[in-house]
Write a protein that binds this ligand. Structure first.
Ligand code: GTP
Ligand code: MG
Length: 263
């Protein structure tokens, strides 16, 4: 769990507990706002993620950050992408990172880590989420024991990918979820993302519904073949990034409440 997230969450939970008897307060105050990115303040923050020359998203080096404000909280999480070979793990990371997608397929060898920065407004605070996206080619995952071990180590969130055009990639998800999402105190969060076209789908809507209720996990969709340039690109990936940040945030808030940290 991100340390800053813990500390900041601690402050929020403290204020929440103090206001429990007031009907005006509920847990919604502690969820990231999905509308904030459309406000003037949100748009100004998003500008920092862009490269003025190319109008594409900036990639930040280890020592670089999109914002230098001392008022901004930064939280860092490890996200691991898992799924059958060729389902679109690398393409999905490229899409959320704002990297223009390539249509030719190169199997990912070893582990590739991409940092994605995403500012989120929770209550009256702006928090910068640094999402470290771990992408291991599925052949490397099977071939070398240390690769899945490194991925699982201290992971905060698993993103299971399947392709709507490949039923097998969907059918093997329960096995993958059992393998990766281990039960521990602050259990990693998870979602499932389906790639490619739902027009030629081999996976029925009823199967998705059944899967969601049995596994208690949300299934989202993404189309990696369509790339939008300029600020519109972030608008398209915002719902997915907000959902991931919200799940990470809620997981930490619930963990802190469960621990019964004394104020
Ligand atoms: N049409 C379409 N093609 C996609 C989509 N997602 C991925 N692809 C294509 O599928 C191929 C494989 O995608 P990758 O992202 O490299 O797959 P991967 O899961 O990383 O595969 P490994 O690295 O071998 O584990 C590439 O040619 C992508 O362009 C999608 O949503 N729609
Ligand atoms: Mg790959």
């Amino acid at each position: 769990m991100a340390i800053l997230s813990g500390l900041f969450g601690f402050v929020l939970v403290k204020e929440y507990v103090l206001n429990l008897n007031d009907n005006r307060w509920n847990m919604d105050h502690f969820l990231p706002s999905f509308e904030w990115h459309h406000t003037a303040e949100g748009e100004t923050f998003l500008q920092h993620l862009y490269n003025g020359r190319t109008s594409g998203r900036k990639l930040f080096g280890i020592l670089e950050k999109p914002f230098q404000s001392s008022n901004l909280e930064e939280v860092c999480y490890k996200l691991v992408f898992v799924g059958k070979t060729g389902v679109g793990k690398t393409s999905t990371i490229n899409k959320v990172a704002g990297i223009s997608a390539y249509s030719s397929y190169f199997e990912t060898s070893g582990i590739r880590v991409t940092d994605v920065y995403w500012p989120v407004k929770v209550w009256d605070k702006i928090i910068l989420f640094k999402l470290q996206c771990w992408d291991a080619g599925s052949s490397s995952m099977k071939k070398y024991n240390h690769i899945p071990l490194s991925c699982v180590d201290n992971a905060d969130f698993f993103i299971f990918i399947f392709s709507f055009n490949d039923a097998q990639s969907f059918n093997e998800l329960p096995q993958l979820i059992n393998k990766f999402v281990t039960s521990r105190d602050n259990q990693p969060g998870s979602i499932v993302i389906g790639t490619r076209s739902m027009l030629k789908t081999e996976v029925m809507k009823s199967e998705i519904k059944d899967f969601e209720s049995k596994q208690n996990i949300e299934v989202l969709t993404i189309q990696n073949s369509i790339y939008h340039s300029g600020p519109y690109e972030t608008v398209k990936v915002a719902p997915l990034l907000n959902t991931i940040c919200e799940k990470l945030w809620m997981r930490d808030q619930q963990y802190i409440l469960k621990q019964g940290i004394k104020v």
